[in-house]
Design a protein around this ligand. Structure first.
Ligand code: ADE
Length: 255
């Protein structure tokens, strides 16, 4: 296996949910090339009773069921065999820190990751206290379990493993890669339903194309996600452009 490969162990009560998303397209390619070693573990396989019980009623009453600690801890310990010290053990939960491009890049640099998918009302908190090193949310809404969030995290992380994406460094020009959004993209034909591809792209002067793309990205960010501009690293020229957008806006408002 390539030294850059990433092994991800996923602990879930529903491993079948991962069929499809994890066997198609880029993720399949990453696995086929030996860059991603994805291992799914059914938490129920770590139960010890004949009914394979993975959940129980909550202490103190209230609705819903809680995932029992024993099988989850056994599954995590199994996944951590031979893992390097510092391997993240991540619980998917709406209470976690909000997942982002920056976190995806950071996680892609590890050799191993363990993702724990919660179900029901949650996991017995002692699992978190004992073994969880990080908790991630994919947004401020509640899903029925951590499986879809785990797939989101895997997809976003795997794109940053060197060699996974076709064009070298393609992930570097993604929206969010440098703190701002990407501008629009076009392919042939040059004229479609009366709309033409911007002339600068058709001319193909690489310097001008790069400048145009940066400007379009900045414009989109200005219009859609101005909050990102508070933290984006911008050149003096780019700050000047933002000033121009602001002038255009105020002229439109007063015009
Ligand atoms: N489990 C349920 N909802 C979730 C969310 N928004 N993010 C991560 N895990 C979750």
């Amino acid at each position: 296996m390539n030294y850059n490969s990433l092994r991800i162990d996923v602990l879930t009560l529903f491993p079948a949910m991962f069929q499809g998303p994890m066997t198609e397209s880029m993720l399949w390619k990453a696995r086929d090339r030996g860059l991603l070693d994805l291992r799914l573990h059914d938490i129920r396989d770590f139960t010890t009773d004949k009914h394979r019980t993975a959940d129980d009623i909550p202490y103190g009453g209230g609705g819903g069921m809680i995932m029992k600690p024993e099988p989850v801890v056994a599954a995590i310990e199994h996944a951590l065999i031979d893992a390097p010290p510092g391997t993240p053990v991540i619980l998917m939960t709406p209470q976690g820190r909000v997942f982002s491009h920056r976190i995806a890049v950071e996680l892609s640099r590890h050799e191993r990751l363990v993702l724990v998918c919660g179900r029901y009302e949650g996991i017995d908190d002692r699992v978190r206290q004992l073994l969880i090193t990080d908790e991630l949310s994919i947004g401020d809404y509640v899903l029925t379990g951590g499986e879809l969030p785990a797939m989101v995290v895997i997809d976003a992380v795997v794109r940053h493993i060197p060699g996974v994406l076709g064009a070298e460094g393609a992930a570097n020009s993604d929206s969010h890669a440098d703190g701002i959004l990407e501008g629009p993209h076009f392919t042939r034909p040059p004229l479609f339903h009366g709309l033409s591809v911007p002339q600068v792209l058709q001319d193909g002067d690489h310097g001008k194309v790069a400048r145009w793309r940066r400007e379009q990205g900045l414009r989109r960010t200005w219009e859609r996600r101005p909050d990102l501009l508070l933290t984006a690293e911008l050149t003096e020229d780019e700050r000047y452009l933002l000033g121009r957008f602001a002038d255009e806006d105020s002229r439109r408002a007063t015009g």
